[in-house]
Design a protein around this ligand. Sequence first.
Ligand SMILES: Cc1cc2nc3c(=O)[nH]c(=O)nc-3n(C[C@H](O)[C@H](O)[C@H](O)COP(=O)(O)OP(=O)(O)OC[C@H]3O[C@@H](n4cnc5c(N)ncnc54)[C@H](O)[C@@H]3O)c2cc1C
Ligand SMILES: NC(=O)c1ccc[n+]([C@@H]2O[C@H](COP(=O)([O-])OP(=O)(O)OC[C@H]3O[C@@H](n4cnc5c(N)ncnc54)[C@H](OP(=O)(O)O)[C@@H]3O)[C@@H](O)[C@H]2O)c1
Length: 259
Amino acid sequence: MPKWFQSKVLEKKVWTEGLFTLTIDGSGVEPFLPGQFLHLAGYPNGIANDADDEQREKQRVNRPYSVASPHGEKLEFFIVLVEDGELTPHLAQLEPGDDIEVSEKAAGRFTLEKTPDAENLWLIATGTGLAPYVAMLREDSPWQRFKKIVVVHGVRHANDLAYTEELRELEKSRSGAFKLVQALTRESTDDTLEGRIPALVENGELEKAAGTEMTKDNCSVLLCGNPAMLDSMEEVLGQRSMTKHRSKAPGQIVLERYW
Ligand SMILES: Cc1cc2nc3c(=O)[nH]c(=O)nc-3n(C[C@H](O)[C@H](O)[C@H](O)COP(=O)(O)OP(=O)(O)OC[C@H]3O[C@@H](n4cnc5c(N)ncnc54)[C@H](O)[C@@H]3O)c2cc1C
Ligand SMILES: NC(=O)c1ccc[n+]([C@@H]2O[C@H](COP(=O)([O-])OP(=O)(O)OC[C@H]3O[C@@H](n4cnc5c(N)ncnc54)[C@H](OP(=O)(O)O)[C@@H]3O)[C@@H](O)[C@H]2O)c1
């Protein structure tokens, strides 16, 4: 079981109903790498003020969340409400000043340190799978390592898009080295592609929008979020002879499954 830091919510940003970013006090969390996850915990069924460790252990509900910011005094988490879920209805009700528990030590291998070198880097996400990429792109190292970085964010509706302003700023400040491509599956707008990410790879629209190709020899690909998207993408990229990266069998693809 993780060791828990008794943290507080410092800020809350609601992107749209049920989709929010919590910023919490991270002063009790050990240093970690962008892309890693921490556990957040709470007591959806309540807990007595004088509850002892055993009672807390019994009542605590915890889940892993990618940190959407690099290590620091404040930590961000980008979270979607799963209506019939156990923890997210509780997290969605939290406000600045409320208590939240966070694991002291991060975990996970979904980091750029575990990603093979390549000319270009594709960071592909559905929904809140964007979180680890926001953390990665706030550091300097990826910009020194890759010639071009493309973020692909697939969501249902335009109002499910998040972090757009921050990412569009990167397109200006990292001119030529960064591209954001957003794709909607249940709506169309002038600024976004329409369709699921694997289909947009198959029909060439994604690479056209990104201004670069996705080949075995020119890129590494990170995939995060909905496990069905990960499976479809593995299949589509497999047709291009791209495989999952393993230390003993180097490939191009690194994955983080959210469920
Ligand atoms: C390594 C890792 C990192 C994660 N990071 C994040 C994150 O940054 N943000 C985030 O919102 N979630 C993230 N998750 C998912 C998170 O851990 C919980 O599963 C999720 O918040 C649901 O918790 P719950 O208790 O409300 O639902 P539960 O009662 O645990 O129900 C879980 C069910 O909800 C569905 N579900 C879970 N997560 C999602 C999701 N993000 N989108 C759609 N459906 C989902 C699945 O069907 C799953 O079986 C991550 C999961 C893993 C394994
Ligand atoms: N604003 C919000 O985002 C919001 C708010 C409140 C509650 N919720 C709830 O949160 C949960 C998660 O919703 P979500 O929209 O964040 O996540 P999601 O269901 O994983 O959808 C995110 C994106 O992934 C796509 N997708 C699904 N399966 C795919 C596949 N096999 N291959 C490629 N792409 C695929 C979806 O396309 P399709 O549209 O084709 O499925 C959608 O564009 C749901 O229970 C939802 O009701 C969401």
